[in-house]
Design a protein around this ligand. Sequence first.
Ligand SMILES: Cc1cc2nc3c(=O)[nH]c(=O)nc-3n(C[C@H](O)[C@H](O)[C@H](O)COP(=O)(O)OP(=O)(O)OC[C@H]3O[C@@H](n4cnc5c(N)ncnc54)[C@H](O)[C@@H]3O)c2cc1C
Length: 397
Amino acid sequence: MIIICGGGIIGLSIARELLKRGADDIIILEKEKDIGFHASGRNSGVLHAGIYYTPDSLKARLCLKGNLLMKEFCRNKGIPVLETGKVIVTKNLEELKILEELYVRAKRNGAVVKLIDEKELKEVEPYAKTVERALYSPLTAVVDSKRVLKEIEKELIKSGKVRILKGVKYEKLLNNSEIKTSIGNIKFNFFINSAGVYADRIAHSFDVGLKFKILPFKGTYKRLVKEKSYIVRGNVYPVPDIRNPFLGVHFTKGYDGVVYVGPTAIPAFGRENYGVLKGIGLEAISIMWRNFVLFIVNNKFRNVALTEPRKFFEKIFFKDVSHMLKDISVDHLIPSRKIGIRPQLVNWESKELVMDFLVIKDSNSLHILNAVSPAFTSAFAFAEYLVENYMANGGLK
Ligand SMILES: Cc1cc2nc3c(=O)[nH]c(=O)nc-3n(C[C@H](O)[C@H](O)[C@H](O)COP(=O)(O)OP(=O)(O)OC[C@H]3O[C@@H](n4cnc5c(N)ncnc54)[C@H](O)[C@@H]3O)c2cc1C
């Protein structure tokens, strides 16, 4: 019996991969009453194409492959894939240098990218603005992430070999082959922790990854008024601060035609702090303490903490994004209810934000920590990698 804790894209993709390799008794525990309540159902739905990541990273290895596998899955299941591509635009000559570095990184990662001039940019995104050059990624696409989750779920259930226990929460490890859940104790041969924003806590309950702690960041969005949605065809991104794991607030036209502007990365005070006060509990005190310590000792974090919360203010939010597009004014941005929590892992010994996906295997458990963006894109390739490298090709020895 294999137990997977967490019915997000990572847990579901691992189950799918294990099935392909012959596993026949899998339980997925999902504490919510349905799948997709957290990051996997609240993201931008962008299938990234391997641009940003340092060449030796898992993100670089898995993102592009995941993009292609996910597109194939969507085509087979009849899920629309908006193959609209993406442009990264600059706001000054200094950013141009970073853009060129991104181009080199992308090429090393095997990504398909082109540096384009303003005239070429106009053909891809007629309303986008850049200084001299932009980076064009034709393989970036957009999907309906909830629909992807639902189709995987259907496939898993149809196999008859996977049970998804909804509304069932992992509570604690009882001994090395038994856990306590909200509906009773369950025995296991192998346990997979893919619990998203709770993955550190669950790893700690196995005495694993004790130096890692998750800090939640709030990803809020605005949207363009409907009459202005024509000014974005696909994805318009800024040049990010490549010292941080966040890609910057961007414009993405969703499968529903709505142009979302976001997400921010504002420090949150709870792992499910979706509202202003909603989702804030006792842990808020230790989260605030961690934020405070990082603020003091880590200047990259300080930069995020100083710049991101300002985006709560409409005019500042607008100022940060308006350089990317022509014909846009502050009135064109309206509130959106779309919001997600981005669980960022911190190495508490070095006080550094962990930039890559992190996987830790213990004797009969596997812990997926820091499944941050582009983990949705990478999920199928990530699952293949995990099963091949940590679960002896599904044999789990
Ligand atoms: C705002 C935002 C935008 C993003 N945009 C993109 C994007 O455009 N492209 C991209 O590739 N990635 C994007 N990402 C990242 C991507 O969504 C995540 O990396 C990915 O969804 C992580 O999947 P997961 O399965 O690890 O986590 P989750 O989707 O959070 O799933 C974990 C599940 O575990 C369950 N769980 C937790 N604790 C327990 C417990 N004790 N017992 C039982 N169940 C439990 C939770 O309920 C949850 O359903 C974005 C993320 C956010 C937040």
